[in-house]
Design a protein around this ligand. Structure first.
Ligand code: NAD
Length: 398
């Protein structure tokens, strides 16, 4: 394709294209952040598999493993490549940039673009690991998907973001119209709950680990970590106590089971890391969360405590996953990276502002402008240092 000028195209709030150079700079910035946070000694991780590796927490994990530990990385994700004059998805361009920088810095990297829920994708990934990497030390499970096709039955499950048991009335931002409105969410049906657990619960994580064990690709002492969220009480009816919370509970149960399975077979470990709320394609889709994400950064920034995915993953990898790290988990055995978000003073600020936000004062008293910019940046737009008038090639190989 001839080079073209790429302007942001949106359907309402959502960006429907992506900017390769903006995505490339985002990845470069994350690499720089990890290199700056890296402790003097960070050996002991030769290779890591990241499932859901192209955006958000998964991409940040892959960068932390590669540039924080010099690890070879295998990334699995589901992204649309460029086609004709249509750009690829942001995750595709992020991965192309990841490979470019990994090659420059002699870090082994292999990627599989496919449906992680399928048996075929697991088979391909296992072949790639066996051929190019040998046994792996870490498996990060960071999928966020609205649906899953069951690999054996072909049944399609759609996840729902709904409360459980009773309707939930709160306030949210109607993102397209930029309005603060009351919202009542009806409770999920039994079917919707079960389907959400089928998509975002632990079954697929378990299948990945069993497949890797069977292929003898997990090194002695290997670990696996899946990501979860708890959040403050104002979001519990839609998150922790909602359909997605039920799926996360299933992930907790799976972590427990996998932990005993791995410890008895390879002296390995499985655990959950509870991460903070950040702007990603997945989190912006949850009702009520955009309003919360417009208030939380204000309270965190006022205390110099704000973090994005890469700072969170710096803490996960350097404080918890590094060889010799002290075991620092909560009563349920989970790593907690949401400690700053859940501080009483931070949440008091959020709760104080929450009822006062209106359509009229949204931009004045909240960080909604930053939320919107951060969201656009996920697609490579509004990234400092990019010349958005310069034509460029969209047909980048990943
Ligand atoms: P994200 O949307 O940024 O990334 C999702 C990743 O999953 C992408 O790499 C995407 O390509 C991949 N993916 C989706 N469907 C796939 C499929 N069928 N096959 C292969 N890959 C697929 O999401 P995120 O917000 O980084 O979420 C990742 C995890 O972190 C989730 O478990 C989420 O619940 C958890 N988490 C998120 C937040 C938050 O605020 N964003 C907070 C705490 C925990």
């Amino acid at each position: 394709m001839p080079a073209q000028v790429i302007k942001r195209r949106s359907r309402g709030f959502i960006c429907i294209n992506a900017h390769p150079e903006g995505c490339r700079l985002n990845v470069a910035q994350q690499i720089a952040t990890i290199k700056a946070a890296k402790p003097e000694r960070s050996a002991g991780m030769r290779s890591a598999l990241v499932i859901g590796a192209s955006t958000g927490y998964g991409l940040a994990s892959r960068i932390a493993a590669a540039w924080g530990f010099g690890a070879g990385t295998i990334g699995v994700f589901f992204e649309r490549p460029p086609e004709g004059s249509k750009t690829a998805t942001a995750g595709y361009y992020n991965t192309a940039a990841f490979h470019e920088f990994a090659q420059r810095d002699n870090l082994p990297a292999g990627s599989i673009n496919g449906d992680a829920f399928s048996n075929d994708c697991k088979r391909q990934t296992i072949e790639l690991i066996r051929r190019d990497f040998g046994q792996i030390d870490l498996v990060i499970y960071s999928l966020a998907s609205p649906r899953r096709t069951h690999p054996d039955t072909g049944e399609v499950f759609n996840s729902a973001l709904k409360p459980v048991g009773a309707p939930f009335t709160s306030r949210t931002i109607e993102l397209d119209a930029e309005k603060v409105v009351p919202v009542t969410l009806e409770p999920a049906s039994e079917r919707e709950i079960a389907d959400t657990v089928a998509v975002m619960g632990g079954d697929d994580w378990n299948r990945w680990i069993e497949a890797l064990l069977e292929a003898d690709l997990l090194a002695e002492g290997a670990r696996t970590v899946a990501y979860s969220y708890i959040g403050p009480a104002i979001t519990w009816p839609i998150y922790k106590d909602g359909t997605i919370g039920q799926a996360k509970h299933d992930l907790d149960v799976t972590a427990y089971r996998l932990n005993s399975r791995l410890s008895s077979t390879i002296s390995g470990r499985a655990c959950i890391s509870v991460n903070k709320a950040v702007v990603t394609q997945a989190s912006a889709a949850i009702p009520v969360v955009p309003l919360y994400l417009s208030l939380l950064p204000l309270a965190l920034r006022a205390r110099k405590l704000d973090e994005g995915p890469i700072e969170q993953m710096g803490r996960l990898f350097f404080d918890h996953l590094i060889a010799g790290a002290a075991e620092d988990v909560d009563d349920a055995g989970r790593i907690r990276l949401d400690d700053r978000e859940l501080r009483a003073d931070v949440q008091a600020d959020v709760s104080m502002l929450w009822p006062n936000v209106t359509t009229e004062n949204l931009r004045a008293i909240t960080a909604f402008g930053d939320f919107q910019r951060d969201f656009r940046r996920l697609f490579g737009f509004e990234v400092d240092g990019v010349d958005y008038d310069a034509p460029l090639e969209t047909d980048v190989k990943c």
